[in-house]
Design a protein around this ligand. Structure first.
Ligand SMILES: [Zn+2]
Length: 350
């Protein structure tokens, strides 16, 4: 199934030669502008935020960026994308071979997960599904009787850090095979092939489910939505739908386990004399003390302001200080620095 090619460089407004630093800057600027929590038009901003996030997830990861760049001559912006031959991870590969006869024919498709179909094909988890032990579940006893359990479906879902803290409910659409209503999945009516499904017993249908994202979800965690996978054959049970959590990148924070890392710029005199500064958290700003004699790169811990942990408690917000030096100073400032230079006994190389 062809999917729409995504120009990730265009999404971030950077040239294809952009450095890692350029990408980070572009992402931060756009992610701040379009973050659903701050934007005026939330719905529109959310779409854009997800697009920016997807682009940054790919381009900020050297391996993914390389894979993406290798598409080179095979893509044309705005055109449908067909995977070049030999792309092992494309499509369902071997997994589709294992499906029951007939089936709905179509590849399953997601909507509302935050990732594009293009991303899912290139980097999503569906390609590795069979190898990862998903695919068809057990049920050999059933198979002997002609019944076959439907396949599990797995996809990625982008979850913002705010959602990970508060929890949320998301509307996810899946186009997948469901049992034919006319023949109840048997494929036959009155000993003749069912006209509605052509005898396959299954039809492709887009269904929308409300998926609960519990507070405290972590990167890579799988949310299981029972019975929402592919329809079974011959009266077999439907498979399950698995959504793998991918935490969205945040313009202000890096995630390290359950901790959030925030970089705070401080002036040299603030680092020397100490001060109080206001720093953002996922639930509003807090004021923290920068103690006298704070070094560049020193870590200040705000307990409990990180991501929630399953089973209770939260990680910490870790504020990493970066001492910024003024690039330009006035004449009177210069006099003060010169006076400091004369009077100070501090020698950093001693
Ligand atoms: Zn039917």
């Amino acid at each position: 199934m062809p999917v729409q090619y995504k120009d990730y460089y265009e999404s971030l407004g950077v040239p294809r030669t952009a450095s890692a630093d350029d990408l980070k800057k572009a992402f931060r600027k756009l992610a701040r502008e379009f973050h659903p929590d701050v934007a005026k038009n939330k719905k529109q901003a959310e779409e854009r935020f997800k697009e920016i996030n997807e682009a940054y997830e790919v381009l900020s990861d050297p391996a993914k960026r390389k894979k993406y760049d290798e598409l080179g001559p095979n893509w044309k912006s705005g055109a449908d994308f067909r995977p070049p031959p030999g792309w092992g991870s494309f499509g369902r590969g071997g997994a589709s071979a294992g499906r029951g006869p007939g089936g709905a024919g179509d590849e399953f498709q997601f909507d509302g997960t935050g990732f594009s179909a293009f991303f899912e094909q290139l980097f999503g988890s569906r390609g590795g599904r069979g190898a990862a032990g998903f695919g068809r579940g057990g049920g050999f006893a059933e198979e002997e009787m002609g019944a076959e359990r439907g396949q599990d479906i797995e996809g990625d879902i982008m979850v913002t850090l705010e959602e990970a803290v508060r929890g949320s409910v998301r509307s996810v659409s899946v186009r997948h095979a469901v049992a034919c209503e006319q023949c109840g999945g048997a494929g036959q009516r009155n000993r003749r092939p069912c006209g509605a499904c052509g005898g396959a017993g299954q039809v492709a249908k887009t269904e929308t489910y409300q998926v609960k994202i519990p507070a405290g979800v972590t990167e890579g965690q799988r949310l299981r939505i029972a019975g929402r996978g592919e329809a079974g054959a011959g009266g077999g049970a439907a498979g399950d739908l698995y959504l793998r959590v991918r935490l969205a990148r945040h313009p202000d924070f890096e995630v390290q386990d359950h901790n959030l890392i925030y970089e705070a710029e401080v002036a040299p005199w603030e680092a020397v004399l100490g001060t109080s500064i206001s720093v953002p958290t996922l639930t509003g700003h807090v004021s923290i003390k920068v103690p006298p004699g704070t070094q560049n790169g020193q870590k200040l811990r705000v307990r409990g302001r990180g991501l929630p942990q399953r089973g209770g408690g939260s990680g910490d917000l870790i504020v990493e200080t970066r001492v910024e030096v003024p690039k330009r100073i006035t004449d009177s400032e210069r006099k003060l620095w010169e006076q400091l230079a004369r009077e100070s006994h501090f020698n950093p190389r001693e």
